[in-house]
Design a protein around this ligand. Structure first.
Ligand SMILES: [Fe+2]
Ligand SMILES: [Fe+2]
Length: 472
């Protein structure tokens, strides 16, 4: 179904047939735009940006490219097409028709899941608010803005569900989405990683590689939800999310490429003297962003996760492709946890281990990109390997919180940790150095900051020197 862009809120949910809902969302819209103006990309309202806008959810409609001023971006409500035959694939309600409305007993659970997901979307826009000032190229600037407008749209997706299915509570939650702010001491965002600063482009690329990927796994498990409108919302969000992770993977890859080129050319490891980011510093940023993102999956053994599954509100990654009974009542799953200060493997009921299982799927996925980065380092003739740290490294949530663990997974004393942590995590000095490279935005088409290589190809088959942003 194509989207009617003459409507104030483009949508494929037949919004005009529900006047009350339409009016409620039309009331929320100006508040969203105020939030965008105050908390979105700073000082950008006059820029023409070569953006992709979804005009329908099918393959040739969801990626329409053209110049748009961001405040005029058509943030719409798009759900993937409904399968009238769809059944709940797991838990106690397995085999029953998917719910088209919220079952009363699952109301607060579903609301909490939707609010927690929704809160991350504007949070990342807030975190990235100032990055445009130091963009390493027009190509990168455009990608930043694309991600920002789509995170805005993801907020719309969740706010639609709150308004449409959760009555007054939902409307209040939608308001609160615009009142919490990333890093705000009084009203912070809900999850830790979304209150960290994203002060430089290395952090941005690590964030979009690791933290947007957490989003992928959360969305994928909500895409299995028995609550069909949530499942369909998440499925469409995933198509957009893929680009965010692409920006992260290629961004880190291009920094690595540039560093390796300079190492080779000048026969030195000391690329800081050449104005690039040295490999050990990149590894430290990776360690930080990976461990912060692992925390987003929650406790290793969780009764909440078990309940979500049994009730049918949140499934596993690619639930319907897993070959088992989709009930898990008799299954067990091995997790790593802490006993007497040591990391041990332990079998727990599979239902309780669902967070950990999702975290493992996530880790496997993260490792693939690291492998590609390492191949590129090897091709460049440099002897260095990027690695994912152990899952217990520097964790703040779950069984490993408070435990001192090396990136290799060795439990350490406080003294050993203190003696080494500066080799493993970005120091103030590292951060100051990376920040010092972030000069004024590079705005000449086809030019790139010194510390990053150009992309292999441009966006939508445009060349790398295309004018992706016009400043006016
Ligand atoms: Fe998102
Ligand atoms: Fe994203």
């Amino acid at each position: 179904m194509a989207i009617d862009y003459s409507q104030l809120i483009p949508n494929n949910v037949d919004l005009s047939s529900d006047r009350r809902l339409q009016r409620a969302l039309e009331n929320w819209q100006p508040r969203f735009l105020d939030w965008w103006k105050d908390m979105g990309p700073d000082g950008t309202s006059a820029f023409d940006v070569y953006l992709r806008t979804a005009v329908s959810t099918d393959s040739n409609g969801w990626a329409n490219f053209g110049y748009v001023k961001m405040p005029d971006y058509r943030w719409g409500i798009f759900l993937a097409d409904r399968d009238p035959e769809r059944q709940i694939a797991f838990g106690d309600n397995k085999g029953k028709p998917a719910w088209q409305d919220v079952p009363g007993e699952m109301r607060s659970t579903l609301r909490r899941l939707i609010v927690t997901q929704g809160d991350t979307e504007p949070a990342s826009v807030e975190q990235q608010r100032l990055l445009g000032k130091t963009a390493p190229s027009l190509y990168d600037l455009r990608n930043l803005f694309q991600i920002n407008v789509e995170e805005g749209r993801h907020l719309w997706a969740m706010v639609y569900l709150l308004h449409a299915y959760f009555g007054r509570d939902g409307r209040e939650e939608a308001e609160a989405m615009l009142e919490r702010h990333s890093g705000d001491p009084d009203k912070p965002r809900i999850l830790g990683a979304f209150n960290e600063a994203t002060p430089d482009w290395l952090s941005f690329f690590m964030f979009t590689y690791f933290t947007d990927r957490d989003g992928k796994y959360q969305l994928a498990s909500l895409a299995e939800s028995g609550f069909d409108p949530l499942a369909r919302s998440c499925r469409f969000m995933l198509t957009e999310e893929a680009h965010h992770m692409f920006v992260g993977e290629t961004g880190v890859g291009r920094i690595l490429q540039r560093t390796c080129e300079l190492m080779k050319e000048h026969r030195t490891d000391d690329v800081r003297s050449l104005g690039a980011i040295d490999l050990p510093t990149i590894q430290k940023y990776l360690n930080f962003h990976f461990s912060v993102s692992l925390d987003l999956f929650g406790q290793e053994a969780s009764t909440n996760a078990a309940n979500y599954y049994t009730q049918g509100v949140k499934g596993r990654f690619l639930e319907t492709r897993i070959d088992d009974d989709h009930l898990l009542t008799n299954a067990s799953y091995e997790i790593e946890t802490v006993e007497d200060g040591r990391i041990v493997k332990k079998a727990v009921p599979a239902l309780q281990a669902l967070n950990e299982r999702l975290r493992q799927d996530y880790i496997d996925d993260c490792a693939k990109g690291v492998l590609r980065w390492n191949k590129a380092i090897e091709r460049a003739g440099i002897n260095f390997e990027m690695t994912l740290p152990h899952r217990a490294f520097d964790r703040q949530i779950g069984a490993f919180a408070g435990l001192r663990v090396s990136p290799e997974g060795k439990v350490l004393s406080e003294a050993e940790w203190n003696a080494n942590k500066d080799r493993w995590l970005p120091t103030d000095e590292d951060r100051a150095y990376v920040t010092s490279l972030m000069g004024a935005a590079v705005t000449q088409p086809g030019k790139f900051a010194h510390w990053i290589a150009p992309p292999a190809r441009g966006i939508n088959n445009q060349p790398a020197d295309f004018e992706y942003v016009r400043f006016n």
